[in-house]
Ligand binder design. Structure first.
Ligand code: GLP
Length: 240
C-alpha cells in the first residue's frame, strides 16, 4: 500500500487528479470507476480543468458508475448520476459512460446491464474510491457479502443518516445498488481518498486495523496495487 499524505484538501485533489490523468493518458480505451460522494469533487474539478487545457482527454476512456440510491434519478439533487454528470461526465462523450438508473424498478436488470458493461470492457482498470463513515465502499456496507458483479443492498443506518449531506433534506432512502466488493477488488489499480477530521477514525481502522467485512474498506489492505491519498486531517490517527 502506498500512502500519500497531503497538507490539505486542495492538495489531495490536485495529487489525485494528476494520478488519474497520468493513468488515463497511458491507458486509452480502459474502464474507469469513479466514486461519487463529496470527497472526489475537487479531483473532478481539477480533471475537467486539465481536460480543457488538453492535458488529458477524458473521452479516451470508458466509465462505470459505482453505486446509486434506489429511487433517485438524474433530476434528483444528490443522486450519484447527477453528481457525476454535473462534476465530470457532462464533459465526456455520452457513449463512454454507464451509470446505474436508480429510477428503474428493474434493479436486477440494472445490475446485469452494469456487469455486461464492465465485462465487455475487460473489467475495471482504475477505481477511485471513497471511504464511507462506516467504512463502506460504494454501497458495500458493513458485514458485506463477497459479491462479484452488482447487487442491491439495504442501506446501513449510518449511511441513511449521512445521506442528508447530499440531498440537503431528509429522503426516505432505504436501498442502494452497487458494484460488489469482489469486482472492485479485482480492479487493476485502486485509489482510496479520504479527507477531513471526521474521517480520521474510519480511515485508520480501514488502513491499519483488522482486515474484516465489518469494515469493507479494510478488505482492500492486501490489494496488489493500492494507493491511498489522504489529507493530514484524515491521516491524523494513522500510525505510519
Ligand atoms: C457514499 C457513496 C460512496 C462514497 C462514500 C463516501 O455514500 N455511496 O460512493 O464513496 O459514501 O462519500 P463522501 O466522499 O461524501 O464521504
Amino acid at each position: 500500500m502506498n500512502i500519500i499524505v497531503t497538507q490539505n484538501y486542495d492538495d489531495l485533489s490536485l495529487k489525485a487528479a494528476k494520478h488519474a490523468a497520468e493513468f488515463i493518458n497511458a491507458n486509452p480505451g480502459v474502464l474507469i470507476c469513479f466514486a461519487a460522494g463529496n470527497t472526489p469533487l475537487g479531483v473532478f474539478r481539477e480533471l475537467v480543468d486539465m481536460h480543457k487545457r488538453n492535458e488529458v482527454d477524458l473521452s479516451s476512456v470508458y466509465y462505470t458508475g459505482l453505486d446509486e440510491w434506489v429511487g433517485l434519478g438524474i433530476e434528483d439533487e444528490g443522486s450519484c448520476i447527477k453528481v457525476m454528470h454535473d462534476a465530470l461526465y457532462d464533459f465526456v462523450s455520452k457513449e463512454n459512460v454507464l451509470m446505474f438508473d436508480g429510477l428503474d424498478p428493474d434493479t436486477e436488470g440494472q445490475c446485469r446491464k452494469a456487469e455486461d458493461w464492465i465485462n465487455r470492457h475487460g473489467g475495471i482498470e482504475y477505481a477511485l474510491l471513497g471511504i464511507g463513515m462506516n467504512g463502506h465502499v460504494g454501497f458495500n456496507e458493513p458485514r458485506t457479502p463477497d459479491v462479484e458483479g452488482c447487487f442491491t443492498v439495504s442501506l446501513d443506518d449510518t449511511t441513511k443518516s449521512v445521506s442528508m449531506k447530499y440531498f440537503g433534506k431528509e429522503l426516505p432512502v432505504t436501498t442502494g445498488i452497487t458494484i460488489g466488493w469482489r469486482t472492485l477488488y479485482n480492479s487493476k489499480k485502486v485509489v482510496f481518498l479520504a479527507s477531513g477530521k471526521e474521517k480520521a477514525s474510519i480511515t485508520a481502522s480501514s488502513l491499519t486495523g483488522l482486515n474484516t467485512p465489518d469494515i469493507p474498506a479494510s478488505l482492500f489492505q492486501n490489494h496488489p496495487d493500492l494507493t491511498v491519498i489522504v489529507d493530514k486531517d484524515a491521516a491524523s490517527l494513522i500510525d505510519i
